[in-house]
Design a protein around this ligand. Structure first.
Ligand code: AMP
Length: 269
């Protein structure tokens, strides 16, 4: 991969990179589309990164439909797929990680300790291998974008990050590779997450933040089969609590629906 991409760079080709864990859905493919449109060559990686999983069962049951994925990538006009085995990405006993500061310890970081250290570890390796001009990440994993952006800033990495909007099912559920684990009932109950986010956005200007947050929390906790982990309305750059004067505001939610952990968010402004 490194040799091949070196040759492309010598030819002056620009590269757009989309890191994924596979089980591709239209959300992933929208990132590939942007990568194609903004660069000469679109590269996608499929790598279920063990170091970012905080739950062994979640890693074990993570879907890996590689033949389907390859077909979808071909359909989406992706130029290169990088699909390395774990033992090519990691030596046996790697004992290092980056520490990019408090962003990795808030929200998701609290509920999934070590998750973002796994993410920065693998994205750092991927960026070193691919050396993309641009890398495309989904707003779906909003905090991940902030964490990777911080890593790029701190390490002066020569890559431009592009955040792409959340692709949703027609009824509002954010697309996710984990949605296939939802039972028919879970699937109905899961809609409360995007509904609560929408209501938050719609009522933001005319209410106190605490009041809207409380309303959303009530909505979600009253939904059967849904166990709320957090619903926060925060500064979109720092993830600290927002107030009405905060310039960029995001509402973020994480909950277990049945046995499946889902996250979603909405940019309020
Ligand atoms: P994953 O395979 O879950 O690691 O996701 C790979 C990339 O696709 C990440 O940058 C995600 O944020 C992005 N992504 C996942 N779901 C969606 C979605 N529904 N809409 C847009 N991007 C998404």
């Amino acid at each position: 991969m490194q040799q091949y991409l070196k040759e492309l760079r010598i030819l002056g080709k620009t590269t757009g990179f989309v890191p994924t864990m596979g089980a591709l859905h239209p959300g992933h493919l929208s990132l590939i589309k942007q990568a194609r449109e903004g660069n000469d060559v679109a590269i996608c990686s499929i790598f279920v990164n063990p170091t970012q999983f905080t739950d062994a069962a979640d890693l074990e049951k993570y879907p890996r439909p590689i033949a389907d994925d390859i077909q979808k990538l071909e359909g989406a006009g992706c130029d290169i797929l990088f699909n390395p085995p774990v033992n090519q990405m990691y030596a046996d006993n790697e004992q290092w990680h980056l520490n990019i500061g408090e962003l990795e310890y808030l929200l998701e970081g609290k509920f999934r300790p070590g998750h973002y250290q796994g993410v920065t570890q693998v994205v750092y390796k991927m960026f070193n291998i691919i050396m993309p001009d641009r890398a495309y990440f989904g707003q779906k994993d909003y905090q991940q974008v902030l964490v990777v952006r911080k890593m790029v800033e701190l390490l002066n990495m020569p890559v431009t990050l592009v955040m792409c909007p959340i692709e949703r099912e027609p009824d509002g559920l954010a697309m996710s590779s984990r949605n296939i684990h939802l039972s028919a009932d879970d699937r109905k109950h899961a809609l409360v997450l995007s509904k609560a986010l929408n209501i938050t956005k719609e009522n933001f200007d005319s209410n106190y933040i605490e009041k809207i947050q409380e309303y959303a929390i009530q909505m979600i906790t009253h939904e059967p089969g849904v166990q709320l982990e957090y619903f926060e309305i925060v500064d979109g750059n720092t993830l600290h609590e927002a107030d009405k004067d905060t310039q960029n505001i995001v509402a973020l939610v994480a909950a277990r629906v049945g046995n499946t952990r889902l996250i979603d968010n909405v940019i309020i402004r």
